[in-house]
Write a protein of this length. Structure first.
Length: 188
């Protein structure tokens, strides 16, 4: 390839990148006549703890994600979707094509509104502060799990998933809640 050809290609790509940033949207190659224009989109959702969730759809693999400082490969599934979680304050991301023949050479990710401090998703569930409240919470949740399981079959009771961090009183209440649900639903 001659030096002039490389320079023309570099100027064309640079112009395309610059115009996309100026427009603030997705840049893509023009489709052939009569073809439907597919779309690709990317969103960044800031979390309450400083993390961000980056999701995208309509992409062909392989792709890379650029955060302004580094570029890393994306795991795009067969449907053209991806989901990434990053623990950093930066919310400006761009999805880049790896091959020259891919549509949507780059797509700037749209930043969604940060959740308000009062929204239900931004408040972590606080565990109860005393033994009775732990027991009541465990009983209530165990009863719900037991009721669902008993409706399916009275022959097998669910077991506690103790990978979740709860107090001993919670787990005692959970077990008794499951038992109460089975006694109620299965009459015994």
């Amino acid at each position: 390839m001659s030096r002039t050809t490389r320079r023309v290609r570099r100027v064309a790509v640079t112009s395309l990148v610059a115009s996309s940033f100026a427009l603030g949207g997705a840049a893509f190659l023009a489709p052939t006549a009569g073809a439907a224009v597919p779309t690709a989109s990317c969103t960044v959702t800031p979390g309450p703890t400083g993390s961000v969730v980056i999701t995208g759809e309509g992409f062909t693999a392989p792709r890379k994600l650029n955060d302004g400082e580094s570029t890393q490969p994306l795991n795009v599934d067969a449907s053209g979707n991806f989901r990434e979680t990053r623990f950093q304050k930066n919310v400006n991301y761009t999805v880049l094509a790896v091959n020259e023949d891919q549509n949507f050479i780059f797509v700037n990710c749209k930043v969604l509104a940060k959740p308000s401090p009062d929204s239900p998703t931004s408040k972590p569930n606080k565990p109860p502060q005393n033994a009775q409240a732990d027991y009541r919470q465990g009983f209530k949740e165990g009863f719900g799990v037991g009721k669902t399981a008993a409706a399916k079959s009275c022959d097998s009771r669910p077991t506690a998933d103790k990978t979740q961090q709860h107090s001993e009183n919670y787990w005692k209440g959970w077990g008794q809640g499951v038992g109460a649900a089975f006694r109620q639903a299965c009459k015994g």
